[in-house]
Structure formats: structure tokens, C-alpha cells
Design a protein around this ligand. Structure first.
Ligand code: KG4
Ligand code: ZN
Length: 336
């Protein structure tokens, strides 16, 4: 293997779910960030794992070619290949991992395995103004809801998480009940902008420690809709923006009330949000307000780094590269 240099050019691959993504960064500056989202799942109301794996196979070479073209670098300038090792869908992860290993062998450069959740948090370090440690991060995605105490780029401790559904799932399942396509989070967010969050009241769960629960909210929404549709079959159509606004308000309030308790308890000065749900307009606004209220710094990723992307894998890979933390070619292609 060639000698490791301090200035790193990393090509990163993300294929854990339904986005095929490749990014190239040099000295933590983004040269290319390509994401191809698989639209095939829309009609099924959720991601179908077998279809996702096959679609990654179809997209990965064109996405790679586009990223190389955008970056304007040659393959020989790449120092290492970082790829998502998990958590995620096994068939999807295997495609990214095998592509990474093939590139690594062809270019005679090392691979770096990246944890998808750590990468979401690492997206906060793509910004010019980097967070200070300890940082408290609210990670909210389609599969996870966690409060993470970030002590350094490599030392992250989960201090709270959901005991059932994730926040993204709560948005997506609400959307499904409202007959909206997958992924429903962005649509609920958009509709909520013109709705009134005070029209319908939903329960805000409050669990001990820093735990979350969203399954009760989902059931409550289901029965609320059933009850009202019985009286008025047009209930959803006539009230969709207010329902979306009320559900969005409830999910954001649930997320932030527990997070705020942790901020106070841990005497935190820097807070961040990460994951797909951090694209939510109300959450971003209320997160800023929370920071202002406590006189602390809020770190909110640019929209393109909230939902799944490979720039976040690249920056996480960059720090592992600097720490000489390389993977073997015999590494399992997926991990939890
Ligand atoms: O991080 P991500 O792209 O994939 C996972 O790692 O899960 O997150 C996807 C989740 C989906 O549940 C999607 O509905 C949600 O993020 N999401 C949003 C918004 N944009 C994406 N939820 C609420 N408001 C949004 N604007
Ligand atoms: Zn994700």
C-alpha cells in the first residue's frame, strides 16, 4: 500500500438504504457529492429491501462516473475508499462494500469502514463553523432516534434512544395514514407549513431518562382518523394541512422536551441535529430557539447533508484516515 499522507483525498460510498451516493472530499473540502434516490419504492409505501439492493447495482457505476467527473480529479489522487458498513439493509450494504473493495484493489489504496449513524453526526463537521466538544447531538432519521454525547469525532456515547418507532417512522407512518406516498416526512413538513398546529391535540409521550416512544402517537393518530372518517368520509382531504401541522408539532415537541432535559443535565454548550428528520423546518427553527433560550450554540447541517448522502461518510472516513483506522479487505460487508 502507498504511504499515508496527512492531506487526504477520500472517495466515499453510501448504500445503506434506498439512496446510492458517492462523494469525494479533499482535505475535508467537498469536490463532489452525488445522490441518486430510488423512486421505485414510492408506490409500495416503504423501502423493499430486495428492490433496493438491485437498484444500487444498477446505479452505482453511473453515480461513481458522475462523482469522478464533478470532482475533476484523477483516480490516482484518491488516498482511500470509505464505505458504510452498517446499520442498514444487508443487500444494499453489500453492493457498496463490494464496490469499495474492488476500487481499493484496483487502485491499491486502503478501505475505511464507517458507521452510518456516526456519519450522520459527522455531517456537522462539514460546516465551516465546527462544533466544540462535548457536543450533544439529536440524531433523528428513518430508523433511529438517539441523543448522542459526542466527546470527540471518534468517541460518541448514546445516552438516550427510542424504545419503539423512530421519529422519521412517525412522520412516514402519519403520511401513509393520510394516503401520501413514501417518504412522507418531507410532504408532512410541506403541508404543515400552511396548517394550524393547534387544531388537533395529540399525546406527547414523556419517558424516564432520555428515552423516546412514538408508537402510541401513531396509534392515537390512527384511531383519531378512523373516528372522524366515520362521521365525515372527506375528513382527511378537508383537514390534511391541520392534521399534518398538529402531528409535526407533536413530534417536534416530543423530541425537544427530552433533548432539553439532557442539555441542562449535561451542562452542554454545543448542540447539533443530524439525520433525515433534521431537514424538518419546524425542528430546525425550534432547535435554534432552544439554543437561544439557553445561550448555547446550535449546529444545524445544510439540507443536503441531513438525509442520506456520501459526504457524511467521507468526512467520517477523513477522520478515520487521519487516525490510521483502516479496514481489511476481509472485513464483513455489513455490520450492525
Ligand atoms: O437519514 P435518512 O435519510 O435515512 C435513514 O438513515 O433513515 O432519513 C430518512 C427519514 C425519512 O423517515 C423521511 O421521511 C425523514 O427522514 N425526513 C423528514 C424530512 N425530510 C426527510 N421528516 C420530516 N421532515 C422533513 N422535512
Ligand atoms: Zn441515514
Amino acid at each position: 500500500m502507498p504511504e499515508k499522507q496527512d492531506s487526504a483525498c477520500i472517495l466515499a460510498i453510501e448504500s445503506s438504504c434506498d439512496d446510492t451516493a458517492i462523494a469525494i472530499i479533499k482535505d475535508s473540502k467537498i469536490l463532489a457529492n452525488v445522490v441518486s434516490s430510488q423512486s421505485i419504492h414510492k408506490k409500495y409505501g416503504g423501502v423493499i429491501p430486495e428492490l433496493a439492493g438491485r437498484a444500487h447495482l444498477q446505479y452505482i457505476v453511473p453515480v461513481f462516473n458522475e462523482a469522478m467527473e464533478l470532482s475533476k480529479i484523477s483516480k490516482s489522487e484518491i488516498n482511500a475508499i470509505a464505505y458504510t458498513q452498517g446499520p442498514g439493509l444487508i443487500g444494499s450494504l453489500i453492493v457498496g462494500a463490494q464496490f469499495a473493495k474492488g476500487l481499493s484493489m484496483g487502485l491499491n489504496i486502503p478501505t475505511i469502514t464507517v458507521n452510518h449513524l456516526q456519519a450522520h453526526v459527522s455531517a456537522l463537521f462539514l460546516a465551516e463553523k465546527k462544533p466544540d466538544f462535548p457536543l450533544l447531538c439529536l440524531l433523528v432519521s428513518g430508523g433511529h432516534t438517539q441523543i448522542i454525547l459526542v466527546k470527540s469525532v471518534s468517541d460518541m456515547e448514546i445516552i438516550g434512544s427510542t424504545i419503539d418507532d423512530a421519529a422519521g417512522e412517525a412522520f412516514d407512518k402519519t403520511a401513509k395514514m393520510l394516503n401520501l406516498p413514501y417518504p412522507g416526512g418531507p410532504l408532512i413538513d410541506q403541508m404543515a407549513e400552511t396548517g394550524n398546529p393547534k387544531v388537533f391535540a395529540f399525546p406527547i409521550s414523556k419517558l424516564p431518562d432520555y428515552q423516546y416512544s412514538f408508537s402510541g402517537l401513531k396509534t392515537s393518530c390512527l384511531y383519531f382518523l378512523k373516528r372522524n372518517i366515520k362521521e365525515n368520509p372527506q375528513f382527511i382531504e378537508e383537514n390534511i394541512n391541520d392534521i399534518a401541522a398538529s402531528m409535526r408539532f407533536t413530534i417536534v415537541k416530543t423530541l425537544l422536551q427530552t433533548f432539553e432535559r439532557a442539555v441542562i443535565q449535561y451542562k452542554i454548550k454545543d448542540i447539533g441535529i443530524a439525520g433525515g428528520v433534521s431537514a424538518n423546518k419546524l425542528l430546525r427553527k425550534e432547535f435554534e430557539n432552544l439554543a437561544k433560550k439557553h445561550g448555547i450554540n446550535a449546529h444545524i447541517p445544510a439540507l443536503e447533508y441531513c438525509t442520506d448522502n456520501a459526504a457524511m461518510i467521507a468526512i467520517a472516513g477523513h477522520y478515520k484516515y487521519l487516525a490510521n483506522d483502516f479496514a481489511s479487505l476481509n472485513e464483513k460487508p455489513f455490520a450492525r
